[in-house]
Design a protein around this ligand. Structure first.
Ligand code: KIV
Length: 263
C-alpha cells in the first residue's frame, strides 16, 4: 500500500482490479499488512480470536476504538475500516452518535455496519452526515444468536432476490462498498453485477469485486474452528509453537542466552 487508498479509488476498482481486504487488530500486524493489502478492517471478529469469546456479540465500542487506534498508529498510510459492534446502530440517532465517536476518537476512514434493506435508512442517515459506510450483507455474524447459528445465504431464488435488494438498498443509501459473507457463489456473482459499488466477498466465491479474510484464520493462528471458505496461507500456530518450544529447550539446556545475546 504505497499510496493511501481513497473512497474514490475503492469505487473505481470495480471491474478494473480485485480489492484485497484483511482484518487487523493491532499495530504490530497492521504494519505488516498495510504495504500489501488495499484495506484494513478492524473487525469485531477480534472478540473471538483475541478476546477468546464464542462470538462477536460482546465486543464493545470502547474495545473497537482501542483496536482501531492501534491499527491506525501502526499503519497511518492504510485505509482503515472500524467494524461497528453489535448494539451500536439500532436506530439512526444511536448509530450516528457512535459513528461520530469513531471519527472523533480515531483516524479511521470508514465504518462497517451489518444489515441490508432493514438498515438502509440508518446507513442513509450516516452517509448524509459525513460518515463513510461499508455495508455487510449475507451471513451476518452479529445475527448468530437470533438465527441459531451461522447460516449460508442465497440457497434459493427468494434469498437471492432479497440479497440483490439488500445490495441495491445499501448502494442507494450511499455505502461505498459492501462486504458479502457466506453466500452461494453464483448468487454473490449476481449481487455483484446488480450494483456499481464494489462487493467484497468472504465465503462468497470468486465472482465478486474483492476478498476479505480474517488474518488469524488465513495465517493459521486461530485453532478452535476453521470455516470451509478459509484458505490457510501459513500454518502459523505450528510455527509459533515450534519457536516457543525451541526457546524453552534452549533455556532449559543453557543454550539461551549465548554470548551473542548477552551484554
Ligand atoms: O469482523 C470481521 O472480521 C468481519 C469480517 C468477517 C468481514 O466482519
Amino acid at each position: 500500500m504505497s499510496k493511501k487508498m481513497t473512497i474514490t479509488a475503492i469505487k473505481r476498482a470495480k471491474g478494473e482490479r480485485k480489492l484485497t481486504m484483511i482484518t487487523a487488530y493491532d499495530a504490530l500486524f497492521a504494519r505488516l499488512f498495510a504495504p500489501i493489502a488495499d484495506i484494513l478492517l478492524v473487525g469485531d471478529s477480534l472478540n473471538m480470536s483475541f478476546a477468546g469469546r464464542g462470538d462477536t456479540l460482546s465486543a464493545t465500542l470502547d474495545q473497537m476504538l482501542y483496536h482501531t487506534n492501534a491499527v491506525c498508529a501502526g499503519a497511518p498510510e492504510a485505509f482503515v475500516i472500524c467494524d461497528m459492534p453489535f448494539g451500536t446502530f439500532y436506530d439512526s440517532a444511536t448509530a450516528l452518535h457512535h459513528c461520530l465517536r469513531v471519527y472523533q476518537e480515531t483516524p479511521a476512514d470508514a465504518v462497517k455496519i451489518e444489515g441490508g434493506t432493514s438498515h438502509a435508512a440508518i446507513i442513509r442517515h450516516l452517509t448524509c452526515n459525513g460518515i463513510a459506510v461499508c455495508g455487510h450483507i449475507g451471513l451476518l455474524p452479529q445475527a448468530v444468536r437470533a438465527e441459531g447459528g451461522y447460516k449460508v445465504k442465497g440457497k434459493d431464488e427468494a434469498s437471492a432476490l432479497s440479497l440483490i435488494e439488500d445490495a441495491k438498498a445499501l448502494e442507494a443509501a450511499g455505502a461505498f462498498a459492501i462486504v458479502i459473507e457466506g453466500v452461494k457463489a453464483d448468487v454473490a456473482a449476481r449481487v455483484a453485477r446488480s450494483v456499481t459499488i464494489p462487493l467484497i466477498g468472504i465465503g462468497a466465491g470468486a465472482e465478486v469485486d474483492g476478498q476479505v479474510l480474517v488474518f488469524s484464520d488465513m495465517l493459521g493462528l486461530y485453532e478452535p474452528f476453521t470455516p470451509k471458505f478459509v484458505k490457510k496461507y501459513l500454518d502459523g500456530a505450528a510455527l509459533i509453537k515450534e519457536a516457543v518450544q525451541s526457546y524453552k529447550n534452549e533455556v532449559e539446556s543453557d543454550h539461551f542466552p549465548s554470548t551473542e545475546h548477552t551484554y
